[in-house]
Unconditional design. Structure first.
Length: 150
């Protein structure tokens, strides 16, 4: 559905304004879809992002600054998110004995298992996009979005 129809607008938008609004609108749409998928698992988009970051370390720990720098949502309160995940038994936090200001965070088996379950559910959502876009269109869209971000 066209953006103007979706937003019930009676005027056609200028191309750059339409593109900007469409990126924002689609970003919110995708974020809402992610939250709907993640809700049964008891984690947020940001927590999912942290679990993916930690899984990518293949057992090596990261500190808060390293995790924060890799986050999709840069304004996230990483400390609070990690503490919630620690309480759920998904990650560990260990204070470095040589530098008490440094805290190492690692993913636990429960976090890896949860992540696998989430990913299999997300694959179903990806199928929806696959039904709407060809592989070439998906590649072009990704390239254009990279270009928008500069």
């Amino acid at each position: 559905m066209k953006l103007e129809e979706e937003l019930k607008m009676s005027v056609e938008l200028a191309p750059y304004h339409r593109a900007t609004l469409n990126v924002v609108f689609t970003g919110v749409y995708m974020s809402e879809r992610m939250n709907t998928i993640l809700k049964p698992f008891g984690i947020s988009e940001q927590q999912y992002n942290i679990l993916r970051i930690l899984r990518g370390q293949k057992g090596n720990a990261l500190n808060l600054q390293q995790i924060s720098s890799r986050m999709v949502h840069k304004m996230s309160n990483t400390t609070r998110l990690i503490e919630k995940m620690r309480i759920k038994g998904l990650v560990t936090r260990e204070v470095c004995p040589n530098n008490r200001r440094k805290v190492d965070i690692s993913i636990l088996t429960a976090g890896l298992d949860l992540l696998e379950n989430v990913i299999s559910t997300l694959k179903v959502a990806e199928k929806e996009i696959e039904q709407r876009l060809t592989k070439e269109e998906a590649s072009t869209l990704a390239m254009l979005l990279d270009k928008v971000r500069g």
